[in-house]
Design a binder for this molecule. Structure first.
Ligand code: FCB
Length: 450
């Protein structure tokens, strides 16, 4: 191991943790908020494990002060959260609900007082139900709806929020929400999928344009990336890995940063692949200030004709997996960051999510012992450092998640938090990983070498 003064992270590197509105806030209809598509999804029997909902979640809507207290105790220098569109615009467009805005005003003011840099995501999967009724991501008008909402937020919060993300993981919205039906709105249509992806990208571009007119700081987007490794060197498996990579990684980054879709997509979607207006590509490729990378695992893929629609099947690897059955593979984080740098050039990067769902034990004397998460955190942060040594401009790291929370269709069964939440009492208890993270933050990364 190399131990020298250079092993600390650059000055100003952001040490954060992340959450999202529907997963932690609870009180989805409080103070005049409108319902979201996730509110509905959870109320459709059979779609969420145990019939659970985000009605209470971590009660962060009421406990935000206490939660900022935890952030301070952890020593975080940044906090990534998302805004619930339907709290602010109950019908998605038009009337603004000031009380909903006030919640976020209070939150970012208090973060500012605590010296914690707020990083706000405009869309982390909860779409106003009223817009779902108008076709949601299928409707091209959504780019205008999103731009309108973005303008409201920039005007209200840009004084405090200096780092904005338009969308969180558009691939998951399109693949999970429109192809496989496992996330809201729960559709299963290969014809809708590329339209959803495309309109997500157009909405992103429209919000960036609004930001250039309204905002003074930085705006980017958050994507989830995963190295796709071929199971063997056979031409079929190599081609399957390339398709999987085009579908998940390049489907979004190529149009955002290069201005066109990867050519593999036409083959993957077949007759569902539409002809997109040429002007859309300019509207999508707007200059952005950073890319946020969410990283959880890699996938090893083999040619599998029945795997719809990419014909790439996952080959489960030996070795440790999290409760999500995701392989723990820290090298993949360095690999994917280096890949972004090589393919797309010098765009500043943040790791905007990274973490592990584990079967944590009950707290003992005020702490949850989670040695696997401690190792996960350390190994992934070392991987970030390797990528930086390799020349990639990484400016911050956000652990997923600050709190155990509502893990979408998995309900409350998956615990990702640095801080445990007892859902019956809402009691927060730090985990050993939270204590370890504090040491890393206080030493600006030097503790990774201990
Ligand atoms: C990501 C999501 C986040 C959380 C983690 C585990 O895909 O952005 O909300 O669910 O996975």
């Amino acid at each position: 191991m190399m131990a020298s003064a250079t092993r600390t992270f650059p000055k100003g590197f952001l040490w954060g943790a992340a959450t999202s509105a529907y997963q932690v806030e609870g009180s989805p209809l409080a103070d005049g908020a409108g319902p979201s598509n996730w509110h509905r999804f959870c109320r459709t029997p059979g779609l969420v494990k145990g019939g659970e909902t985000g009605d209470v979640a971590c009660d962060h809507y009421n406990r935000w002060k206490e939660d900022i207290g935890w952030m301070k105790e952890l020593g975080l220098t940044a906090y990534r959260f998302s805004i619930s569109w339907s709290r602010v615009l109950p019908e998605g467009t038009g009337r603004v609900n000031e009380k909903g805005l006030d919640f976020y005003r209070r939150l970012v003011d208090a973060l500012g007082e605590a010296g914690i840099e707020p990083n706000a995501t405009l869309f982390h999967w909860d779409l106003p139900a009223a817009l779902e009724d108008r076709g949601g991501w299928q409707n091209r008008e959504i780019a205008d709806w999103f731009a309108e909402y973005a303008r409201v937020m920039f005007r209200a919060l840009d004084g405090r929020v200096r780092m904005w993300a338009t969308l969180n993981e558009p691939w998951v919205v399109s693949d999970g929400g429109y192809l496989h039906g496992v996330l809201a709105p729960g559709h299963r249509s290969i014809f809708e999928t590329p339209l959803a992806s495309h309109n997500l990208l157009r909405a992103h571009g429209a919000a960036v344009d609004v930001y250039r007119a309204e905002g003074k700081h930085r705006i980017g987007i958050v994507v989830n990336l995963e190295p796709k490794h071929p199971a063997t060197r056979s031409p079929q498996d190599l081609a399957a890995a390339r398709r999987a990579d085009a579908y998940m990684n390049r489907q979004f980054l190529d149009p955002l940063l290069l201005g066109s879709y990867p050519e593999e997509l036409a083959g993957i979607y077949g007759e569902a692949w539409p002809e997109f207006p040429a002007a859309d590509f300019d509207a999508i490729r707007r200059p952005i200030d950073f890319v946020g990378v969410n990283y959880y695992s890699r996938s090893v893929v083999k040619h599998e004709p029945k795997a719809w629609p990419v014909a790439a099947g996952r080959v489960r690897q030996p070795g440790m997996h999290t409760e999500m059955d995701w392989e723990i593979y820290p090298d993949g984080l360095a690999e994917i960051l280096l890949w972004v740098g090589e393919r797309y050039g010098k765009v500043p990067l943040y790791v905007t999510e990274n973490g592990a769902a584990l079967a944590d034990p009950e707290p003992v004397e005020g702490i949850v012992h989670d040695p696997v998460r401690v190792a996960y955190l350390a190994d992934h942060l070392r991987a970030v450092r390797r990528a930086m040594d390799g020349g990639v401009d990484v400016r911050g790291y956000f652990a997923w998640s600050l709190l155990d929370n509502f893990e979408w269709s998995q309900g409350f069964s998956k615990r990702f938090g640095l801080i445990r939440v007892d859902y019956a009492t809402q009691k927060r208890t730090p985990k050993a990983s939270a204590r370890y993270y504090t040491k890393v933050i206080q030493s600006n990364g030097a503790a990774l070498d201990e």
